[in-house]
Ligand binder design. Structure first.
Ligand SMILES: *Cc1c(COP(=O)(O)O)cnc(C)c1O
Length: 434
């Protein structure tokens, strides 16, 4: 994960701020798929929740901080949900951002939550989401986690015969059959995905050719079979690839329907919906995906009356609603290159540093919280004693001085919780819903 990924990736980091200012219509902005563009006020400050960034940061109390915009979270989830066919449920995959207040906010907007650990399960239960609509996936669920999952009545996406055994014993002790879905390791992968999670040998799920055995076992033990879970990959901006994967997933689930111990209630088709991180990234076109989901929902109606399809999304729902905000500590020039040394970095935002599994490092969109007459090429680096602590490599930015705020956009997913926060012992980063 921590490969020295320092490919030079200059240019392309700067938001077309002028375009954003001139055109509140997001469709005319080539960079942003967000439902609302980020705007500046007349003094050049970024507006967050309708207020200038410096005011919000003062209220939050310190930098570095993550700011999550409630209105954007709401807009993204409700816009997608309103377009989904009635049979398709929208789940939030909490590992993208498990901040408790954010999860509570999301719980009111989606149909269910997906957790990947008992820590996330606690947060999910606290959010008020009905346990019936919480599901648990992960390749290494401990006995204690499985027993807790069973006790709370959530759905377990079973990924091994060992898990089945633990749930069988817990069910026998309590007299209440555990709710299970079978997570299959797919015989194909989601093409053009940022992270491959299927196809070939994987630790996730059980191989598709063993699913019939597992179905037989679930029937023999008498667990509450509820369906299938099929997750092909992450961070995909190609609608055609997602459509293809969803159809292949549905076909596969349909091929097992003559062997299920009881009719499935849900077929979870995973997610993989990506968001743009650079000006070259074209935002995901939802239309073909929604059309295809309508087709699959129609097939499901014919195949299993009353069942639902589920899509589970993390990054797509929350990624564009978050900002990571740092303050410039120092401004240095080394052999002609400008370095803005800021008070946060890879220990709090590993993904923006390019070390969160990225094959090629690319700058996240970064901007200074003011507008200057001239712009300059500057690298934004953190306070850690490693060249990996890089938030922007030679980005074209407004001229910043110590004390200025710098914003990293697209930071709502895989930020704080996906970062090595103890590395070098700096204080933890503050998070706030705005
Ligand atoms: C990580 C994960 C997700 C969310 O992926 P995103 O790319 O953030 O949408 C969904 N389901 C499972 C099983 C996952 O592991």
């Amino acid at each position: 994960m921590m490969q020295p990924a320092l490919d030079p990736a200059p240019a392309a980091a700067r938001l077309p701020q002028e375009a954003l200012l001139d055109s509140p219509d997001p469709s005319s902005s080539p960079t942003w798929s967000g439902a609302m563009p980020w705007l500046r006020d007349s003094r050049g400050e970024w507006l967050v929740g309708g207020r200038p960034l410096s005011t919000v940061v003062a209220a939050v109390g310190s930098t570095p901080c993550y700011l999550y915009d409630r209105a954007r979270l709401t807009a993204r989830a409700t816009a997608l949900k309103s377009r989904l066919p009635r049979e398709v449920l929208l789940h939030y995959a909490m590992k993208a951002n498990p901040m408790p207040a954010l999860v509570c906010h999301m719980a009111r907007l989606v149909d269910g939550l997906d957790v990947a650990s008992r820590g996330e399960l606690r947060t999910a239960l606290d959010s008020g989401m009905d346990p019936h609509h919480i599901s648990f996936a992960g390749p290494g669920k401990s006995d204690a986690e499985l027993e807790q999952a069973h006790a709370t009545g959530i759905l377990v996406n079973v990924e091994s015969f060992r898990e089945l055994g633990v749930l069988a014993r817990a069910s026998e002790r309590s007299g209440v059959p555990a709710r299970v879905a079978v997570r299959a390791n797919l015989p194909f992968e989601l093409k053009a995905s940022g992270m491959k999670m299927s196809g070939g040998a994987r630790q996730f799920g059980i191989d598709a050719d063993r699913v019939p055995d597992m179905l037989r076992e679930i029937g023999a033990i008498g667990l509450a079979f509820e369906g299938f879970h099929l997750f092909a990959g992450s961070q995909n901006l190609r609608a055609a690839a997602i459509v293809e994967a969803q159809t292949l997933c549905y076909d596969l689930a349909a091929s097992w329907l003559d062997r299920v111990p009881s009719p499935p209630r849900t077929i979870n088709l995973g997610g993989g919906f990506g968001i743009p991180y650079t000006v070259q990234d074209v935002p995901l076109d939802l239309d073909p995906i929604l059309e295809n989901l309508a087709i699959l929902a129609g097939r499901l109606r014919g195949d299993v009356g009353g069942a639902n399809l589920v899509i589970e999304l993390g990054r797509f729902l929350v990624g564009e609603a978050g900002l990571y905000v740092v303050r410039v500590i120092d401004r240095k020039v080394s052999r002609g290159q400008v370095f803005l040394v800021v008070d946060g970095g890879m220990h709090q935002h590993l993904a923006a540093s390019g070390n969160f599994g990225q094959v090629m490092r690319k700058n996240y969109p970064v901007a200074v919280n003011r507008v200057t007459a001239e712009s300059e090429s500057a690298s934004v680096v953190g306070p850690l004693c490693t060249p990996l602590d890089l938030l922007a490599d030679r980005a074209e930015l407004d001229v910043a001085e110590p004390g200025d705020l710098v914003v990293v956009f697209q930071s709502g997913a895989y930020g704080r919780s996906a970062s090595p926060r103890d590395f070098l012992g700096h204080p933890d980063v503050v998070e706030a819903l705005v």
